[in-house]
Ligand binder design. Structure first.
Ligand SMILES: [Zn+2]
Ligand SMILES: [Zn+2]
Length: 88
């Protein structure tokens, strides 16, 4: 299955990833907030910060779509590196 792509100003055309807003923010302020990643069966990467990871699925879902941001895979890797997390 093909992963949808997104065009990033820094990294060009890249696979799309989904992260919580706090991780988007951490790329802006350079402050690590945790990086809990997973990769779905469809090949799509996603990640949440420490705070979101501590929520129950129900509480997380209650935050709604506003809590979810899209990053290119390059930015996703940058956010992982910021948190000293390795992707494999
Ligand atoms: Zn978060
Ligand atoms: Zn990027």
């Amino acid at each position: 299955m093909k992963v949808p792509s997104v065009t990033c100003g820094t990294h060009g055309r890249q696979p799309k990833t989904y992260v919580c807003q706090h991780i988007v923010q951490s790329l802006k302020d350079g402050e690590p907030k945790g990086f809990w990643w997973s990769r779905g069966p469809d090949g799509i990467w996603d990640a949440v910060c420490n705070e979101c990871n501590a929520l129950s699925q129900e509480d997380f879902d209650a935050l709604g779509p506003d809590n979810i941001g899209v990053l290119c895979l390059g930015c996703f890797e940058d956010a992982a590196a910021l948190n000293e997390v390795e992707l494999d």
